[in-house]
Design a binder for this molecule. Structure first.
Ligand code: COA
Length: 287
């Protein structure tokens, strides 16, 4: 990792803030989640990465392992969050190898741009299954550990569903479900000392989501109240806060990290709206 990123975390947070803790991250080799993992490792947290792509998981584990020698990093590829058995097996291996799980990040997500007419029922279900069912499965599989350790959960949500975003009906529905799941679990699991929160990233530079959702980047930053696109460190810092004792009275919240962008309302970022969309909606439907 870059020295400047490490220094940035260490200027704000104590280097042993999470010493002895273990965090499991689904989708942990993705752009955002791998940087959440990186920040946690800098602060002494051991990590278990789970994901579908073995190579991506192996690469992330290798990179994270080089940050701090007293922190352990393990990874389990070939794990699909849509299968409870698959997640349960990775959780068991994590506990066997790292001894415990204190924190869970439900980050595994699927996305593509598709208008209603070109999205099959299976396509819609696929994203609901990865994002929403996958988040539920991860909590379910980690529940015993979270209960024992009075753990903390972060779901990765979005701001898309605060208004109507074209080509994103599947993701918006899935993320709205995640917010609802998070709120309900915060209330149910609170008495056990388990805290449950969401992080809702806005436009974060370098991510697939930003690439797809903001095709025209010229002048885009000036439309964000804080006048810049977000960075992966912004999400990592929110993660650190929500897992730290600084937020010990914080549960059932959705931490939006977007520079104030969604407060600007729903202005369309797609050049293809509405004319190209209208044409697509009138084509032969994909069933
Ligand atoms: N437009 C419309 N439909 C699409 C699509 C697109 N761009 N991409 C996939 N689909 C449909 C497929 O056609 C299929 O439906 P069908 O059986 O009716 O044809 C359905 O989605 C499932 O696709 P499949 O490729 O079999 O699923 P998968 O489990 O292998 O992959 C995805 C899941 C589709 C979400 C894939 O994009 C993925 O793996 N993404 C992970 C990475 C990612 O999205 N990261 C972004 C995080 S923000």
């Amino acid at each position: 990792m870059s020295e400047s990123r490490r220094d940035q975390y260490l200027r704000t947070w104590h280097k042993d803030l999470f010493k002895g803790k273990v965090c499991l991250i689904t989708g942990g080799s993705g752009t955002i989640c791998s940087k959440q993992a990186e920040a946690l490792v800098v602060l002494g947290c051991s990590i278990s990465i789970i994901g579908r792509e073995q190579n991506g998981v192996d690469k992330t584990v290798k990179e994270l392992s080089e940050i701090r020698t007293d922190v352990r990093v393990v990874g389990f590829g070939g794990c699909d969050v849509r299968s409870f058995d698959s997640v349960q097996s990775a959780v068991k291996k994590t506990v066997d190898q790292l001894g415990r799980i204190d924190f869970l990040v439900c980050g595994a997500a699927g996305n593509f741009l598709a208008d209603f007419n070109h999205m099959s029922s299976n396509a819609f279900k696929t994203v609901i299954d990865i994002d929403l069912l996958g988040s539920f499965n991860a909590v379910k599989a980690c529940y015993e550990q979270l209960r024992q350790n009075r753990g903390s959960i972060i779901f990765i949500s979005a701001t898309l569903h605060y208004y109507g975003v074209p080509f994103q009906s599947h993701v918006s529905a899935a993320k709205a479900g995640i917010d609802a799941l998070s709120n309900a679990l915060a209330v149910e699991l609170g008495p056990l000392g388990i805290r449950v929160n969401c992080i809702a990233p806005g436009p974060i530079g370098g991510t697939e989501g930003f690439q797809r959702l903001v095709p025209n980047k010229k002048g885009f930053a000036s439309k964000i109240p804080l006048q810049r696109v977000g960075s992966v460190q912004d999400i990592a810092n929110a993660t650190i806060y929500l897992f730290s004792d600084a937020s010990s009275f914080v549960t059932g919240t959705i931490q939006v990290v977007d520079g104030g962008f969604w407060q600007m309302g729903n202005f369309n970022t797609f050049d293809m709206y509405p004319e190209a969309l209208r044409k697509r909606l009138l084509e032969k439907p994909k069933l």
